[in-house]
Design a protein around this ligand. Structure first.
Ligand code: NAD
Length: 287
């Protein structure tokens, strides 16, 4: 049975771990925070039981959970067939991690990043084997979203890119290849440009965030409005991605609005804290 290590057990890493285990892989989910690991286990168990009750799982949840091992260090990277990092969106954190993984993991093991904004080439710079680094940009909530961008850095090897496409297919997702390594890749650039305008319209008092969400659902067929997406993804993650895009020179994709900063300063990080643009009950339902 193939083993996949996922580093970062937050919103994205938890979802990636779940679908990998659901697809039959043995998963090592690593985070440097014990509470994050415990929350991940609870979240995965809850999600699997819900899917099972709806008849959408072929196996009983305990059999899937049994394939997930939780831990605080990535020392057993040498035994893995794939490593996917989904730690916080911070270039130096990700680069340090890849430097260590480059030393620990066998040369043949692909190192994937779930970064939303940082070019793969920058994360692979200075590694012994930069050809094994690629982007696997999942969308959240991972168990529900069908798309994964597979991103080629300047040095990503063709065999590694093809392995990425195969892995994504084996997880029941649709891979979309991104052949130029630019900040934010494709989908996040488009979303960021739209979201910048959404924030500025709210800031200028032209429309409320609720009306914009409803407008994008009813007028453009989005399943989820842009501010609902921000709450789902995490206001802190959105802020990190905005800072990252700005630092990479992509100013036109980022708003000067202080709305996100104000929410974060108030502890309103979205669903994860029960309040963001919207408020949520204990079961995560929008109030
Ligand atoms: P998150 O804040 O929910 O989780 C990040 C996790 O990383 C935390 O549990 C934290 O404890 C852990 N962590 C931080 N540094 C670590 C380290 N050095 N070693 C081990 N664990 C560490 O963030 P998230 O929303 O899951 O985002 C993770 C990555 O996925 C980011 O790069 C983000 O840009 C990207 N991403 C996020 C979304 C989204 O919708 N939130 C979508 C696509 C991609």
């Amino acid at each position: 049975m193939k083993k996949i290590m996922i580093i970062g057990a937050g919103f994205m890493g938890t979802g990636i771990a779940q679908i990998c285990a659901q697809s039959g892989y043995r998963v090592h989910l690593v985070d440097n925070s014990e509470p994050a690991l415990q929350k991940a286990r609870t979240q995965i168990s809850h999600s699997l039981h819900k899917l099972f009750a709806k008849g959408q799982l072929a196996e009983h949840p305990p059999a899937i959970l049994e394939r997930i091992h939780l831990g605080q260090d990535y020392g057993d990277a040498a035994q893995m067939h794939w490593i996917i990092e989904a730690v916080v969106e911070d270039e130096s954190t990700k680069r340090n991690l890849f430097k260590n993984l480059d030393r620990l993991a066998a040369e043949s093991v692909p190192l994937a990043t779930n970064t939303s904004s940082i070019p793969i080439t920058r994360l692979a710079a200075g590694l012994r084997f930069p050809e094994r680094v690629l982007g696997l940009h999942f969308f959240g909530p991972v168990p529900l979203m069908g798309l994964v961008e597979v991103v080629r850095g300047d040095k990503t090897g063709t065999a590694v890119f093809e392995k990425g496409i195969s892995l994504v297919k084996s997880l029941g997702k649709k891979p979309v290849g991104v052949s130029r390594d630019i900040p934010g890749f494709v989908m996040n650039r488009i979303f960021s440009a739209a979201f910048r305008e959404c924030l500025e319209l709210v800031d200028a008092g032209v429309a409320s965030f609720k009306d914009i969400d409803e407008g994008m659902r009813l007028g453009y067929g989005w399943n989820v409005g842009p501010f609902e997406i921000a709450d789902n993804a995490g206001i802190d993650t959105f802020l990190n991605v905005s800072r990252s895009l700005r630092s990479l020179g992509e100013h036109h994709l980022v708003s000067d609005s202080k709305i996100l900063e104000d929410l974060a300063a108030d502890g309103r990080l979205g669903r994860k804290t029960g309040r963001g643009f919207y408020s949520y009950d204990a079961d995560g339902r929008k109030k």
